[in-house]
Write a protein that binds this ligand. Sequence first.
Ligand code: PMP
Length: 397
Amino acid sequence: MFADVKPLPPDPILGLSKLFVDDPRERKIDLGVGVFRAADNTTPVLKAVKIAEQRLLERQATKAYAPPAGVPGFVEGAARLVFGEDSPVLRDGRSAGVQTPGGCGALRVGAEILRRLEAGTVYVGAPTWPNHAPLLTEAGLKLEMIPYYDAQARAIEFDGFIAAVEKLGPGDVLLVHGACHNPTGADLDRAQIDAIIETADRRGFLPFVDLAYHGFAAGLDDDAYIVREMARRLPELLVSYSCSKNFGLYRERTGALLIVGETGERAGAIQSHALNVARGMYSMPPAHGGSIVAEILQSPELEAKWRDELAHMRDTVKANRRLLARTAAEMQLGDALAYIEGQNGMFSLLPLSEKQVLAMREKHGVYMTGNARINLCGVNAGNVAHLCEAYRDVTQG
Ligand code: PMP
């Protein structure tokens, strides 16, 4: 059976890391993989996470299976962060959720449920995170791209986006990024979010919000505006939640699928399908990451510590954005990179062609993904001038 199978090419993003490591040049810059990095280029374990882990280790009495919906306190904690302390959705009991292996697991479980419900097409603005396509289409859903961001104009093309959204109807699904759009960094403003909600209300499609960078744009409450408003104004909603970035738990595979229904009973019915889907794929989620998050969110002292650390990560990325935009301006690049300062999260797209991306890498040792996505965590005071020189060379040189 295996004899004629041709191997697939390596994953382009992971392959990029290897190329970077193998590059002998001293002046090289890694703007590739999507993890947070501090000024010293490390992705540290958060202090709140370390303390929670120590407490868990001391207390843990069994490795028996965790409950299928997740470890006690995890989904409740995530729902409080997402919907808010005094959320009417939580008060009215209109939500349910299951712990999943990361945000990817939540997207996949959500996709499997949508296929069972015979959803029409899932629409998502282009460009989007490349893994959205396999996570949704391999569950049997149809995925269609609609306009979202114009890389050359460095701006959201909202007219094109909302005109496409206007054509959706009952049975269709709109996948939207919650905050810190990946790969563009260009987030919808509140008026644009309100317009989408008004359209969803009128046209009857289901929004599916992918919230993978909660707290990295403006803060936990501001970043959840889209989810809270949708939950308040619409009857139904799905949210995929990831704790990979905001708790720094990447490898612990920690996330949740949150469900809002018109009534608690309806949300519960969808939850029963989520559990059934999970049973057929991986049975139950890994416990460790969820236990850490629950431990943090059940301790006011640890939660305060985590919120501080999250604010610090957010401020670091913002400072890097400012540094790049301002250095570019000082280095006679004009306002070519000014837009980067106003965007959110770890990523932005540079308006570079594939050929220019290759020249950045081969000539200057500056590594980014093929679509010219950069992770701002890789920018620092020591390399920003080199980055701007390289940019000037490939665009003007
Ligand atoms: N959605 C988006 C937009 C992402 O960028 C990511 C992580 N790169 C995820 C979902 C899923 O994250 P994870 O499965 O690692 O929690």
